[in-house]
Design a protein around this ligand. Structure first.
Ligand code: NAD
Length: 510
């Protein structure tokens, strides 16, 4: 069972592994003839070659899911719960194996990868309470002799399309509630780090999930379009960049599907003059450079208000040389490489772009990058970033933190509210009244008060506003359950001579 993990936990042999699809409970090699390379970003070496699905491969996965759905939806809630407890145990026991796969293909440091698995596990644990989550309402004697009740039923075959930056957790946000609700699932993970999804499939099979309920097809736009156009798929969850999220939402809904598509972000962290500067600097460094800035909830822009700015820049500058950049498998490393060479080069180009646009380069990560073939970049800090600059507007998605200086709270809030993204936002202050006003004023889906990365716990839902989310429902938590089910209301009466008569009038409730 642990085949996939073994490739990462055992000595690396230097061989390139073929990564195949997972359909109907087994590994299936694609026959499209199209594949993509998978790298170990810390070594700069290709370690895998992943099959890219054809339209026919997607069709096979959907047919397997369709077949499995018919019996999966009949499984009792108590048996589904029992299975979810087993899934929880297996993922818990294999958390380190999963984390090693993440580090090997994504590059994030092992401690961070373990954190990713732990946050994903919380969603699985939430799903262990599925009988409670699917409970409907019941109104006895809504009319004389008539009861009314609501039930929630699964949609059928649903699909998830996921990004490279959380190769285990974001799929868990989707497959766990989808399957717990009684759906069958087709996952199209990122082609950059696909192995965690195949390992997930193996673990689910080991836990006893029937074949076909969870399937994985790898690939690119061909696979995504086949999913979006397939009439057998009822709903699509997407997490990725904003242009693709918009495309997935528009194409999926045009094809009659329910879609939730989470997009990119430019998360602002506002630091007011009364903030605890050390706490704010610790938070900025952790949230700006953790996972090399490749988090949709990373802080990418600090908005320093009034005299907070000089102190904050000084405090961050002090901390930067201490950030240990290195191979994520080494226990000392705090920040790993970027996911691909192309992405590293693109992120690094923003340092010159910022300087050319008039920002002050306080730290240049190219000068502190470790040696070697890995996709390295050290931590970079740009001060005096202005809203009209590309380094302000673009989602850089790397370890490049910008600082914008403003004079007032109102200016800071206006910056956040005018930004096209609205994923996460944070405010650092000691003033409870201002924090409370901020929570009221700000246009973003997830707000932190002295908390830089306010990813909601599993029993709330995750989602942004504006261009950070297309669709009506946030992901996981109560809204996730709503997304993967549809409601039905039953109005029922049992034969009773006392209440039976012919009445051609419109049904009345009294
Ligand atoms: P991406 O948009 O490039 O890819 C996401 C998925 O879409 C992948 O499975 C990919 O194969 C597929 N895809 C890529 N190009 C496509 C195309 N032209 N047509 C159809 N499908 C396509 O995103 P990424 O680079 O993997 O991930 C980083 C992005 O994801 C960032 O923008 C980040 O903010 C965002 N993200 C958002 C959240 C959130 O919750 N809002 C969470 C994680 C990541």
């Amino acid at each position: 069972m642990t085949e996939v993990a073994d490739q990462f936990t055992e000595e690396r042999s230097g061989e390139v592994t073929r990564i195949a699809h997972w359909i109907d409970g087994q590994r299936v090699e694609g026959d499209s003839g199209r594949t993509g390379p998978v790298y170990n970003p810390a070594l700069g070496l290709q370690t895998g070659e992943v099959d890219f699905a054809s339209v026919e491969d997607v069709e096979r996965a959907v047919q397997a899911a369709k077949g499995a759905f018919e019996s999966w939806r009949t499984i009792s809630l108590s048996r589904r719960t029992e299975l979810f407890f087993r899934i929880r145990e297996l993922f818990h026991d294999h958390a380190e194996d999963i984390a090693k796969i993440l580090t090997a293909e994504h590059g994030k440091v092992l401690s961070d990868a373990k954190g990713e698995v732990a946050r994903g596990l919380e969603v699985i644990e939430y799903c262990c309470g599925i009988p409670e989550l699917l409970k409907g309402g019941f109104s006895e004697q809504a009319s004389t002799g008539i009861d009314v009740y609501s039930i929630r039923q699964p949609l059928g075959v649903v699909a998830g399309i996921t990004p490279f930056n959380f190769p285990a957790m974001v799929p868990m946000w989707m497959w766990a509630p989808a399957i717990a609700c009684g759906n069958a699932f087709v996952l199209k993970p990122s082609e950059k780090d696909p192995s965690a999804s195949v390992f997930t499939a193996e673990l689910l099979k080991d836990a006893g999930l029937p074949d076909g309920v969870f399937n994985v097809v790898h690939g690119d736009k061909v696979a995504v379009d086949a999913i979006l156009e397939h009439p057998g798929i009822s709903a699509v969850s997407f997490v990725g960049s904003t242009p693709i999220a918009r495309y997935v939402y528009e194409t999926g809904t045009a094809n009659g599907k329910r879609v939730q598509a989470l997009g990119g972000a430019k998360n602002h962290m506002i630091v007011l003059p009364d903030a605890d500067i050390d706490m704010a600097a610790d938070a900025a460094v952790s949230a700006g450079y953790g996972s090399a800035g490749e988090r949709c909830m990373a802080v990418s822009l600090l908005v320093a208000v009034g005299h907070a700015a000089d102190d904050l820049v000084g405090a961050i500058q002090e901390r930067l040389p201490k950030v240990k950049v290195g191979d994520g498998m080494h226990p000392d490393s705090e920040m790993g490489p970027l996911v691909t060479r192309e992405h590293r080069d693109k992120v690094a180009s923003y340092i010159d772009r910022g300087r050319d646009e008039g920002a002050t380069v306080v730290a240049d990560g190219r000068e502190t990058a470790p040696e070697g073939d890995g996709f390295w970049l050290g931590v970079s800090l740009l001060d005096n970033v202005k809203p009209e600059m590309d380094v302000y507007k673009d989602e850089i998605f790397g370890p490049v933190l910008g600082i914008t200086r403003v004079e007032t709270y109102d200016e800071a809030v206006e910056l956040v509210n005018e930004n096209p993204y609205g994923n996460g936002v944070a405010i650092f202050t000691r003033d409870g009244g201002v924090a409370r006003q901020f929570q009221f004023d700000v246009k973003a889906g997830m707000v932190g008060v002295n908390v830089p990365i306010p990813v909601p716990v599993a029993y709330y839902s995750f989602g942004g506003w504006k261009s950070s989310l297309f669709g009506d429902l946030h992901i996981y938590g109560p809204e996730g359950i709503q997304f993967y089910t549809r409601g039905k209301v039953v109005t029922s009466r049992w034969p009773d001579p006392a209440t039976s008569k012919v009445d051609l009038g419109f049904p009345q409730t009294r």
